[in-house]
Design a protein around this ligand. Structure first.
Ligand code: RP5
Length: 160
């Protein structure tokens, strides 16, 4: 059983440099989360056990980042009814286009909400998770509104 609302999973330690931006954004919004390395290729049993029990464990949203032949988000989405947001991690060989295509082209029936490649995708996955959770959490909705308002306030009228 987890006490966290969001699971942030990734295929490798090397994905953390990207996926930490999801964790940091969740932190900024006061959303509980649990970050784990769960590889579809290297730890398939761990992936299966995680995905099968994620809902019963108390998670409400899963953010899954992977690079290259990035099966993780789709495999996890096939094993859980929870919403899954996929983050294509920027790969060395193909700059993340491989990750993006691997994650985004799910056949009809098993959705993965696919974000942008890299840091922007990781950050926005957290914001989407926040928006989902805010539907049933007015205090979080207020924090999310404030976060967005602060971003708006930070935009200067003119370039310097
Ligand atoms: C994928 O392979 C991971 O998600 C990672 O993005 C990529 C490379 O993994 P490492 O070789 O750096 O562990 O499964």
């Amino acid at each position: 059983m987890s006490t966290a609302d969001v699971a942030v999973i990734m295929g490798s330690q090397s994905d953390w440099e990207t996926m930490r931006h999801a964790a940091e954004t969740l932190d900024a919004l006061g959303i509980t989360h649990d970050c784990r390395i769960v590889s579809a290729h290297r730890t398939p049993d761990r992936m299966y056990a995680f995905a099968r029990s994620a809902k019963a464990d108390g998670f409400k949203v899963i953010i899954a980042g992977a690079g290259g032949a990035a099966h993780l988000p789709g495999m996890v989405a096939a094993l859980t009814p929870l919403p899954v947001f996929g983050v294509p991690v920027q790969s060395k060989a193909l700059s993340g286009l491989d990750s993006l295509y691997s994650i985004v082209q799910m056949p009809a029936g098993i959705p993965v909400g696919t974000l942008a490649i890299g840091v922007a995708g990781a950050t926005n996955a957290a914001l989407l998770a926040a928006a989902v959770l805010a539907l049933s959490d007015p205090a979080l909705a207020d924090r999310l509104d404030a976060w967005r308002a602060a971003r708006t306030e930070a935009v200067a009228e003119r370039p310097v």
